[in-house]
Design a protein around this ligand. Sequence first.
Ligand code: ZN
Length: 416
Amino acid sequence: MKSNRPENSHQAALLRVLRDGPRSRAELADLIAGPAAPGGFPVSALPVSGVYPHPGRMSRSKLNSELDQLVGLGLVELDGLAASRGGRRSGQVRLSRNTRFAGIDIGATSVDVAVTDGELRVLGHVSEPCDIRLGPAHVLDRVLVLAGKLREQGLFTQLHGAGIGVPGPVSFAEGFPVAPPIMPGWDRYPMRETVSQELGCPAMLDNDVNIMALGELHAGVARQVGDFLLLKIGTGIGCGIVVDGKIYRGVSGSAGDIGHMRVDELGPVCACGNTGCLEAYFGGAALASQAQAAARSGRSSFLAERLAAAGRLSAEDVAAAATQGDAAAIQLIRDGGRRVGQVLAGLVSFFNPGLVIIAGGVAQLGHVLLAEIRSVVYRRSLPLATGNLPIVLSELEDIAGVVGGARLISDHVYSA
Ligand SMILES: [Zn+2]
């Protein structure tokens, strides 16, 4: 199918501004400058929600002709008159109400599919348990079934793009996972192309941590922040790096893969074969086995009861125990938080972020974890780096991934 795209960088910049909500023509003229001044930012470098670094103003006639073209492409609608500004009425402009993006968040144990409008508001969201180890053909089939449900609900007839996240390293340029440790059978599977063909729209593939960071950038705690880190602590541990409103992926796409940074040479053996990795201390599996040890050793009667009832323990059990004031569970969270804090303190010194977001299943351990991470980072990084550094929990939780997936593909569709 033909998917309409902007024809030049001015149109792309207009679409990205309108993704944050309707604007009057006068506001758009202020926000979108003409050609960049020498040494200024090119218009195409305009991705950050709420941060528009362009001095200057686009001429009214230029703006109107670009908007006419976007209306012709079916990407923009003119919406009547906005509130008066300085005595003159100014027409309101918004993205087409027919625009639809899909955000697809494939986790280790679940699949989420959502459909959004052009402003990335979630119109419908479906989720089901799904084991990623069953392989790409099975998981894709479930993704298409979930997308079909949303179609049957009348939420879309044609998608304009789909953004996908998977829990492993991704070659962003090639659109496939590369040797993903917890995804057997997925190595170099052409995920981006297959989804694109099946759904009949452009698609983009990234790792789950990066799309969560994009979700927080668009609609979560990072809305007004250009430079931040999102630390995901779940089955694995990873870090989304956002620089100037864009994901930093590194040369081959593995930037932020911090789960296998060594925190102690004499530490436990990790699934990757090395010793003392952060993930071996505080990934979901490590925490579960520490909790089981605490239950069996008699240090926690709460966890022992849970283990006897369910036959296994998870991060959720540790969280429940901590809520009951269980000393062993609180100690596990503090120990893990201290290790995470050690690594994060190094990252903060290196990167000087404006915000750190803690997300993922283990992050549901909540404020005990957050307090420990904060205390280590604030103690070990220099005051200049931490003086104005909020460390907070994710705001979006289980929709961060699908909103971020939609954001990812909209960045692609709204580019020239
Ligand atoms: Zn490791």
